[in-house]
Design a protein around this ligand. Sequence first.
Ligand code: GTP
Ligand code: MG
Length: 335
Amino acid sequence: MWFVDHAQITVQAGDGGRGCSAFAQPPYTRFPYPDGGDGGDGGDVIMLADPQAATLLDFHFRHEFRAGRGGHGGSNKRAGKRGEPRLIRVPVGTVIREAVSGNVLRDLAQPHERVVITKGGRGGLGNATATEAGPGAPGETRQLVLELKLIADVGLVGAPNAGKSSLLARISTARPKIGAYPFTTRYPVLGVVNVDLPAAARQQAGGRRTFVACDIPGLIEGAHAGKGLGIQFLRHVERTRLLVHLVDAAAVDGRDPVESLRQVNRELAEYDPELARKPQLVAANKMDLPAAQANLERLAKEAGRPVWPISCSTGQGIPALLQAVWDALHTGHDA
Ligand SMILES: Nc1nc2c(ncn2[C@@H]2O[C@H](COP(=O)(O)OP(=O)(O)OP(=O)(O)O)[C@@H](O)[C@H]2O)c(=O)[nH]1
Ligand SMILES: [Mg+2]
């Protein structure tokens, strides 16, 4: 499933430096002559398709990027320094549009492809080259919209009301609808999840620190035969690399969590055996409620491996779950 990550940014190239107006008069000469140097050109703003960038998440926090201005010219024909260029790294596949017109300026489809998106202003000429020293030209400013199509890495599955949307809302900037009734979620929602990683782990992952999760409607008995809503959307999780199976461990709506786990897995297998074989992490949600504790061990027994106790209300256990998701994505094994 494709999901479009958007960001809007302003980029400003550097202004050109001022040309210098100066006169030199060496000893024993009658007339001074002009020797003012040219101003340096302003720096360009360059966008680069970086294979290590995965999402546009960084641009949700930083919107303005500027390149350095050119240095002013000096006497003795000294030229001003060129302004520092500003390099903006974006994921491969980022489409750059002009915000106002919506026109596509560039589609950075190839790794390491780069484009000068705004040019620095030319430096002004000094009076050594021109009759009169001039100011530098202003750097170009542009409002840009960045767009990136993403594919989900992780699918969130579970019975209705398990807390799938609550989890996505907690771990990403996505805002799926949350409600204490089944089928609150009526269509898939994707979110970019930022994982807090130690530097070493990040390096191991090639600099990446985000993954994309997909929240789909809850799965009920008979889902594979079209009951409920979830089935229409299972294809959206078919291409994910990992499933996080959320269970309401506190059985708020009276359904036994172990039975629910079994049920949803059965529906996955009926829909597509491949889906049931996909690496799966089981997360026992609603651990803030006292009733949940007693079901933890039973759930682990049913799953045949440890489950991740979490609470979307308090946030407990979520960093550990994200770490496990991360490890599974980057080692190719489920925990
Ligand atoms: N106490 C408690 N309630 C929770 C927790 N997580 C979710 N809930 C509540 O459970 C209900 C269902 O949450 P949702 O996130 O909408 O569940 P869902 O799995 O997305 O449900 P569907 O979209 O209907 O499949 C809401 O009332 C949430 O507030 C939790 O950790 N503790
Ligand atoms: Mg939901």
